[in-house]
Ligand binder design. Sequence first.
Ligand SMILES: Cc1cc2nc3c(=O)[nH]c(=O)nc-3n(C[C@H](O)[C@H](O)[C@H](O)COP(=O)(O)OP(=O)(O)OC[C@H]3O[C@@H](n4cnc5c(N)ncnc54)[C@H](O)[C@@H]3O)c2cc1C
Length: 259
Amino acid sequence: MKIVVCVKQVPITTGTNKIDPNTLRIVREGVDAELDPADEYGIEAALQLIEAQGGEITLVSMGPDRAIEAIRRGLAMGADKAIHISDPALSGSDALTTARILAAAIKRVNPDLVICATESSDAYTGIVPAGIAQLLDIPQLTFAKKLTVENGKATIQRQIEGGYQTVEASLPALVTVTGSINEPRYPALKGIMQAKKKPVETLTAADLGFATSEVGSAGAKERVLGWNPAPQRQAGVLIKDDGNAAVAIADYLQKLKVI
Ligand SMILES: Cc1cc2nc3c(=O)[nH]c(=O)nc-3n(C[C@H](O)[C@H](O)[C@H](O)COP(=O)(O)OP(=O)(O)OC[C@H]3O[C@@H](n4cnc5c(N)ncnc54)[C@H](O)[C@@H]3O)c2cc1C
């Protein structure tokens, strides 16, 4: 079985994204960055399938040159090889262009299964996996908290509020996974050493047949028009109990139209 896992390097997720005030883009250079933790669940899901059934995992990533650090971590976890699309022309790409680039790279692998996180932990659009599935003309199964592949079909437990649905699709298919699906393994030293020698194909947009005018900010059909920080939290109201606290709380909640 051939599996592609889409992965992304994101600014460190324990911090707050910095936004360049001029371009309104996420600052990706000169900040701590990591393999998106959401993608580690996808890599782990792929590893478990391959370990049980045999096959090969290709990581596909679009990102600046330094994104290779995140790709190497995925390879250290156990993926076999990677495609890294790196090209200054891709800076400022919107979600649709990202899906088009990733789909074009995935086509070269011709996988049975594509695994993505539900969304990246930086821009949170959540629409890239659907775009890839549409462009590859394959079914998409979303929010998987369990994934099995058998008899040419992918079956998932699809996480929904209060339970799950069981949904299946014939292969090839794309599956998005949630953080409930597994516990990603930590790369061992041996894996880290092996990852340095695993093949990574580096491509530009032109290698995938795209003109510069079609991609990046030049080709983006959506624009970020502004950015504002979240308002500071206001100090709370302190009600001291002098015997009338219950009434004071009720009055306060009524003022807020909560009751
Ligand atoms: C705060 C915020 C909210 C957003 N909300 C939405 C939303 O609700 N809906 C929606 O559809 N979109 C949303 N977006 C996405 C947005 O519309 C576009 O993705 C945006 O124009 C690009 O922003 P970016 O900061 O990710 O750009 P960039 O940092 O340029 O990144 C865009 C993409 O290009 C890649 N990239 C950057 N440089 C290179 C390079 N040298 N080589 C290869 N790849 C590269 C990045 O990895 C990323 O995948 C949001 C973005 C931000 C910052």
